[in-house]
Design a protein around this ligand. Structure first.
Ligand SMILES: [Zn+2]
Length: 106
């Protein structure tokens, strides 16, 4: 009985080492998959609210800045956004669905 238990432990241990070795070879594939996903999402606006007017944004009116696409509600907001993108981007919440309260002042 003891020998069988000992052999079972060796088999399990060997299997774990093999799995670990394979897992160390795999991260390259995983990273490539993540990059592909990010690229597919990059054309979608990151926000649903216009950071200039604080109204609902139009997905058709967009401006790409620093590799991210931002949606505005109208062309006049688009002009203002282009003039100072970082000022308006800093107003957006992390999920792009609302405006940060601390940045609502002019
Ligand atoms: Zn607007």
């Amino acid at each position: 009985m003891k020998i069988i238990t000992f052999l079972a432990v060796i088999v399990v241990f060997t299997a774990m080492v093999t799995i670990t070795a394979n897992a160390q070879n795999d991260p390259t594939k995983v990273q490539k998959n993540e990059q592909t996903t990010v690229q597919q999402d990059s054309n979608k606006p990151v926000n649903t609210i216009c950071p200039v007017s604080k109204e609902e944004a139009d997905p058709e009116v967009t401006y790409t800045y620093n590799g991210k696409t931002y949606a505005l509600c109208c062309n006049s907001c688009l002009k203002k956004f282009k003039a100072d993108p970082e000022k308006y981007i800093s107003r957006l919440s992390d999920d792009g669905k609302s405006i940060k309260k601390q940045n609502q002042e002019k």
